[in-house]
Design a protein around this ligand. Sequence first.
Ligand code: SF4
Ligand code: SF4
Length: 153
Amino acid sequence: MFGFLKGLGVTLSQIPKKKVTLQYPEEKPQWPERFRGIHQFNIDTCIVCHQCARICPTSCISLSGHRDENKKMRIDTYDIAFEICILCGLCTEVCPTEAIQMTDRFELAEYNRDDLYKNMEWLYQNHLFYTKSEPTAVAETAEDTAGKVGDKA
Ligand code: SF4
Ligand code: SF4
């Protein structure tokens, strides 16, 4: 009986306290500044150095590029398999141009495993969303090239 009353006392003492639960998904959590969520990718600043793919501990990044008429490397395809990405952030740490960065986005549930494979266009759209910018001419060119590569496959 004493144990029951003691337990009840603990329960009642919680009632006036501020609620810590959120009505998710209507209410979204506020993540800390350095939260590591799903990536965004900037087509314009990637120099196709492959450092992100090399350091990735789960080998979930695959990319390809070409040299343009000005001898600059341009990205053609950039894919991340989120099925095996552990959101460690190493790819963002080694990127010399900050082309790949993490966001506070975390909702990635899918019914189909294949849908966890995100391509350059998807990652770039994420970039546009977070930077609130418009697609650039370079991005459109890269998209065309990616389309041609995809057509050949
Ligand atoms: S966050 Fe880690 S596991 Fe995910 S793509 Fe980057 S390096 Fe690979
Ligand atoms: S995203 Fe960064 S690290 Fe990866 S290839 Fe592009 S420039 Fe290099």
